[in-house]
Design a binder for this molecule. Structure first.
Ligand code: NAD
Length: 326
């Protein structure tokens, strides 16, 4: 069993906390947040550390789990790696490719593991989608369409590009990036249109997959108040499958059945486990299991870097008005 130090107890930190408490691989847990009231409300039987430095000095801790605003991912991860700790980062791995490269180089030199929590890879309907594509049961993959409409911007650090690294692409958009890459495979080129790159509230991104299939992500904060609507639709030559509301379900709004397939002339709903929080817990548990056994994490630093590269390409495409080859 391993010891974990969880830094950041906000929206997603609370779900990591539950996952770490439930993980059979975690035998020691310490928590830390600048908000001391939040720490008191969250602590349960866990240890409390006043700072990252206190966690780094704790020999019982081998993993630092970073659930912080994006501009803090790099300094916290690099400090943890320098102290010989393994690191799990919430998405996105970092704000820039340069930061990703620093993590990878430092982790290689220190002999520690860096992983990223791309939790929607562990969301059961997405897992089924990937299996259907891989097995050929949808026929030949032709198109993947991801859409996201949110009713209004989130405040605090998310609205500050210096802390978030961008706008809607860097926040909820990241999930669509890694899910599309998992479903569609290697990306050949990216073309994007955005209202204001790195401060975007509205965008469309086109992926050209190596396979010849196309993928689109269209996303906006300009929905009516209270809306959170997300959907992924996969079009194959034999069937279409829609997954609706992975995050919408946890936000309290969804516009359709969790999973439905059109084949042979009619739509059929598919029974599936639409547990978003379960996907976060599974992602955290799988990373802890990998560290515990000395294996490779389910989402490696190289995987995390590839997604930051797609994000970087989308920003460059939108800013320069051209198609970017990967
Ligand atoms: N996987 C998902 O679905 C999902 C959902 C939400 C957020 N996220 C990601 O999780 C990360 C955190 O987002 P969030 O929504 O939980 O943010 P949040 O604002 O809700 O929480 C951040 C927490 O970090 C604490 N904090 C800030 N600076 C600190 C410091 N220096 N030391 C210790 N604590 C500090 C804050 O007090 C706050 O409690 C981001 O990378 C975000 O993109 C992922």
């Amino acid at each position: 069993m391993i010891g974990v130090g969880l830094v950041g107890l906000g929206e997603i930190g609370q779900v990591h906390l539950k996952g770490l408490r439930e993980s059979a691989h975690v035998g020691y847990l310490s928590i830390c947040d600048l908000d001391t009231d939040l720490v008191e409300r969250s602590r349960g039987d866990d240890r409390v550390a006043a700072s990252l430095d206190e966690m780094l000095a704790d020999e019982n801790i081998s993993v630092i789990d970073v659930c912080l605003p994006h501009h803090l991912h790099a300094p916290y991860a690099l400090a943890a790696i320098a102290a010989g700790k393994h690191v799990l980062l919430e998405k996105p791995m970092a704000m820039t490719l340069d930061e990703c490269d620093q993590f990878i180089e430092a982790a290689d030199a220190a002999g520690v593991t860096v992983g990223v929590s791309h939790n929607q890879l562990f969301y059961e309907p997405h897992h089924h989608l990937a299996e259907m594509i891989d097995s050929g049961s949808l026929g030949d993959l032709r198109a993947i369409r991801a859409r996201l409409a949110i009713g209004g911007k989130y405040g605090a650090w998310r609205s500050d590009p210096d802390q978030a690294g961008g706008g809607l692409v860097m926040d909820a958009g990241v999930h669509r990036m890694y899910v599309l890459e998992r479903l569609g495979g290697a990306v050949k080129a990216v073309t994007a249109v955005m209202d204001e790159p790195r401060r975007e509230d509205l965008y469309t991104i086109l992926f050209e997959f190596e396979s010849g299939a196309l993928g689109t992500i269209d996303a906006t904060y300009h929905g009516p108040d209270g809306l959170f609507d997300d959907q992924i639709e996969v079009v194959g030559t034999d069937a279409i499958v829609k997954v609706t509301g992975c995050e919408a379900l946890f936000e309290g709004y969804a516009s359709g059945p969790a999973m439905a397939m059109w084949r042979d002339g009619s739509w059929v709903e598919r029974d599936t486990d639409d547990n978003w929080a379960g996907s976060v817990k599974a992602s955290v548990d799988r990373f802890c299991a990998a560290v515990d056994s000395g294996g490779e994490p389910p989402v490696t630093a190289a995987d995390g870097r590839r997604i930051v590269a797609l994000i970087d390409a989308a920003y460059r495409s939108a800013a320069e008005g051209r198609r970017i080859e990967m």
